[in-house]
Write a protein that binds this ligand. Structure first.
Ligand SMILES: Cc1cc2nc3c(=O)[nH]c(=O)nc-3n(C[C@H](O)[C@H](O)[C@H](O)COP(=O)(O)O)c2cc1C
Ligand SMILES: O=C(O)C(=O)c1ccccc1
Length: 382
């Protein structure tokens, strides 16, 4: 079935008076989630660093780039399949690692993983998840990627990698840009930080190597466990010379997330990494940072690795633009969390199906049949 069939399904349902259960408009979905959620969780997701300048710049960069559609081409049959690290996926899309999903819906990452699995797409499980690696693996059978927040304790690091491997996570995403949380006014004004209440710590708290560091069991002294977790996972950066530890202890592909400078991309390649994600973390870390889309062409030109992209993907056209500028695939961030808040697994599935239908139609109407047809000439010259 083509992704664009979702459009026909919606119109046909309308003939019997059945409307889509959630909006297909990302901005309206966000408004609906805002009405539903408490201010703390809503702003934790919606908010960003500092003045929000980079968050806005991410979206503005997409608006600045425009597609120049081509006519009278055979694009009725489209093929979105995408090869990534030796595996074939049905579309150039994965669900970005997003921590603490239980703050918007009790099923959290379990619901997200099931929705992604139903579509054959990877859901990237965050180390800051509200469910364990094992629980998520048991609840969904789709492609599994694991995102490491890299602890400052090698035994814990190796234990996390071992758990990921044992539970069928085949691709490791290492996030580099969030070794400590940035200045986030929305959360600071509410003094809202889920981790200090023990939310989003399911993976470390269930880890045998982490638990071996505690004087008393987690169940008896949660506060002490949180105080052990905080300096181990936060506040100090790693350095390039530490990457061999990960390379030597992970057999599958390693993808570095949060790269914005071509020199860092080259260093990733030199360190034997398999891919990178150009991302500024949705403007949540360095306010004033370059828009991720503006950093993409320079990074793509500097390395021969697959380059993934996130930060600002909202529509099918956004995906076409990122692919045209050289991304192999994109990660969807906040929009699927609004779907999760509104409808759990069903809400996430709705958001992703809407985005894929929009992508499929936009690609075909612009005169292209597959992601491989896209290059910078598809876009208006700047
Ligand atoms: C609420 C929230 C939590 C996030 N948690 C993580 C995380 O645990 N690990 C990670 O690598 N990125 C995390 N991110 C960043 C996303 O993976 C992604 O880079 C970002 O959402 C992209 O920006 P966009 O949502 O504006 O498109 C988080 C983002 C949000 C909004
Ligand atoms: O909030 C975030 O952006 C984020 O990446 C994060 C960091 C630590 C724990 C959970 C999420």
């Amino acid at each position: 079935m083509a992704y664009s069939d979702f459009q026909l399904e919606i119109y046909l349902n309308g003939l019997t008076g059945v409307l889509p259960p959630y909006s297909v408009d990302p901005a309206k979905l966000q408004e609906a989630a805002r009405d539903l959620l408490d201010a703390g969780p809503y702003w934790y997701v919606a908010g960003s660093a500092g003045s929000g300048e980079t968050d806005r710049a991410n979206l503005a960069a997409f608006a600045r780039h425009r597609i120049v559609p081509r006519m009278l081409r055979e694009t009725t049959e489209r093929d979105l399949t995408t090869e990534l690290f030796g595996r074939t996926y049905p579309a150039p899309l994965a669900l970005a690692p997003i921590g603490v999903q239980s703050i918007v819906h009790p099923h959290g990452e379990l619901a997200t993983a099931r929705a992604a699995a139903a579509l054959g797409l990877p859901a990237i499980l965050s180390t800051a998840a509200s469910h364990t690696l094992e629980e998520v693996a048991a609840s969904a059978s789709g492609p599994r990627w694991y995102q490491l927040y890299w602890p400052h304790d090698d035994e814990v690091t190796l234990s996390l990698l071992e758990r990921a491997r044992k539970n069928g996570y085949d691709t490791l995403v290492v996030t580099l840009d969030t070794w400590t949380l940035a200045w986030r006014p929305n959360d600071l004004d509410r003094a809202y930080l889920p981790f200090l209440r023990g939310t989003g710590l399911a993976i470390p708290l269930s880890d045998p190597a982490f638990r071996a560091r505690l004087a008393r069991p987690v169940e008896e002294d949660l506060d002490a466990a949180i105080m052990t977790w905080a300096p181990m996972f936060n506040g100090r950066a790693h350095t390039w010379d530490q990457l061999p530890l990960l390379r030597e202890n992970w057999d599958g592909p390693i993808v570095l997330k949060g790269i914005l400078h071509p020199d860092d991309a080259r260093r990733a390649a030199d360190a034997g990494m398999d891919g990178i994600v150009v991302s500024n973390h949705g403007g949540r870390q360095v306010d004033g940072a370059v828009a991720a889309l503006d950093a993409l062409p320079g990074v793509v030109a500097s390395v021969d690795l697959p380059v993934l992209f996130d930060s600002g993907i909202r529509t099918g056209a956004d995906i076409v633009k990122a692919l045209a500028l050289g991304a192999r695939a994109v990660l969807l961030g906040r929009p699927y969390i609004w779907g999760l808040a509104l409808g759990g697994e069903d809400g996430v599935r709705h958001v992703v199906r809407s985005l894929l239908a929009d992508l499929d139609l936009t690609l075909g109407l612009a005169g292209f049949s597959s992601p491989a047809d896209l290059d910078p000439s598809v876009l208006e010259a700047p």
